[in-house]
Ligand binder design. Structure first.
Ligand code: UDP
Length: 416
């Protein structure tokens, strides 16, 4: 297991967004669990929503007094092929994992388990880390499994593989109630929505001119309408469907442009292959741009594109939460998104954007928004307030602090 270097964050820098009373309440809550050793473990330090959350949340936990840390598993590349299969099958694909693959899957977690060390609370994220508890010699810690994926229609053999390991935890956290499998036996099951950091380079306010300059640097005209999807290149994000929807829009509004930004995450072996497929589907249209972190599209650039976009699309077919939806809404941009997983908790249909279930619907709603700047503005404002109320990182911080307090009631363990 490898520990991830953390930046510094100060809760005081959030006071303007959350107000003084909430700031004080969070400080007091932090003081009540000061010194508690909390370790988050996941598969990757870069790419995807979990890494995005942890890089912001862990430093804030530290700022309020928790002895928080973040580690990632050390694993050979074939491990990620297996966990991607598990991920896909837990989201509903009928994919079987061979005995050999199961052996590798468990062996890697066994090898990493000793690295958890002496802590009071462990948060193990997603299928990649679910068996750490089983193999860890750290029996005095409290263990929480945090599932970020949409398990509504989980493929039974994969869920049956995971379930006994999940049930060894003291608690599990899911994003939506429908993600909790009915046969899960666990005394503490919590529903918590992920959040975004309003002060991160991805979400802090960018001056208009700066955002336009960034976008122009990548060959996109900030004066023409822009549709944007920011997502790993992954079948669940339906990039091919986004291109099809764009084409229907283009037939009506020829000046429209489409940008698809997709980072290639460390733990996502499918990414490159799916990027190629998307590229082939896009063909030679100069108004479609596929950009990745390899071209220098990082947090600030994603921020700029989200600010300049007229409409953000998140046409997922399955989605744990979809942080990108909250990111766009926070910038006052309406989102047209798939009516799946955690998206409907963010897109209130007709208020902060539109929920869609087909390419045609998606195109129709994009057209409606592109033709109606006043509607975009109105939805953008409601969207930003919706995120302020429910999906800012300080809410996650509060949830984490309350959980740590509850789990360690009766005192934290002593080191050694
Ligand atoms: N992201 C990014 N660059 C990209 C693609 C995605 O920075 O090229 C970020 C995106 O802004 C969001 C996260 O990765 O913060 C993706 O989280 P989400 O919950 O939307 O999807 P996941 O990848 O976890 O399925």
């Amino acid at each position: 297991m490898r520990s991830v270097a953390l930046g510094n964050k100060r809760l005081i820098d959030y006071v303007e967004v959350i107000g003084e009373p909430e700031y004080e309440a969070l400080r007091a809550l932090g003081a009540s669990v000061a010194g508690t050793r909390v370790r988050h473990v996941n598969a990757t330090a870069y790419g995807g929503g979990v890494a995005e959350i942890l890089q912001n949340l862990v430093p804030l936990l530290r700022d309020v007094g928790v002895d928080a840390s973040w580690s990632v598993l050390e694993a050979p590349a074939p491990f990620y092929d297996v966990t991607k299969k598990l991920h896909n099958s837990l989201q509903g694909m009928a994919i079987d994992v061979s005995d050999e693959e199961k052996r590798l899957y468990l062996e890697v977690q066994k090898d990493n388990a000793a690295g958890v060390g002496h802590v009071d609370v462990v948060l193990a994220h997603d299928p990649q880390a679910v068996a750490l508890r089983h193999f860890s010699p750290e029996t005095r810690a409290r263990w929480v499994w945090r599932c970020h994926i949409d398990t509504t229609t989980a493929y039974d053999p994969s869920w049956s593989l995971l379930r006994p390991y999940v049930e060894e935890h003291d608690a599990a956290i899911f994003t939506m109630p429908q993600f909790v499998r009915p046969d899960l036996r666990l005394s503490k099951i919590l529903i918590q929505k992920p959040t975004i950091d309003p002060n991160s380079p991805k979400n802090r306010r960018l001056p208009d001119a700066e955002a336009r300059e960034v976008v122009a640097r990548f060959g996109v005209d900030p004066d023409r309408p822009l549709l944007l999807q920011v997502s790993r290149f992954d079948p669940w994000k339906d990039p091919l469907g986004v291109i099809d929807a764009y084409r229907l829009v283009k037939a009506e509004i020829p000046t429209v442009q489409l940008v698809m930004i997709g980072s290639l995450a460390d733990d996502d072996p499918e990414g490159m292959e799916y990027l190629r497929r998307t590229q082939a589907h896009a063909g030679e249209d100069p108004d479609v741009k596929l950009l990745t972190n390899l071209e220098g599209v990082k947090d600030r650039e994603v921020n700029a594109f989200q600010c300049v976009a007229a409409v953000v699309v998140q046409k997922s077919l399955r989605e744990g939460f979809g942080l990108v939806v909250a990111e766009a809404l926070w910038k006052g941009v309406p989102v047209v998104g798939g009516a799946v997983g955690g998206i409907p908790t963010q897109i209130i249909d007709g208020e902060t954007g539109f929920l869609v279930s087909s390419v045609e619907d998606c195109a129709r709603r994009c057209l409606q928004l592109l033709r109606d700047p006043a509607l975009r503005q109105r939805m953008g404002e409601v969207g930003r307030e919706h995120v302020r109320k429910h999906f800012l990182i300080t809410r996650d911080l509060r949830d984490q602090l309350e959980l740590a307090r509850e789990l360690t009631r009766g005192g934290v363990t002593t080191a050694g």
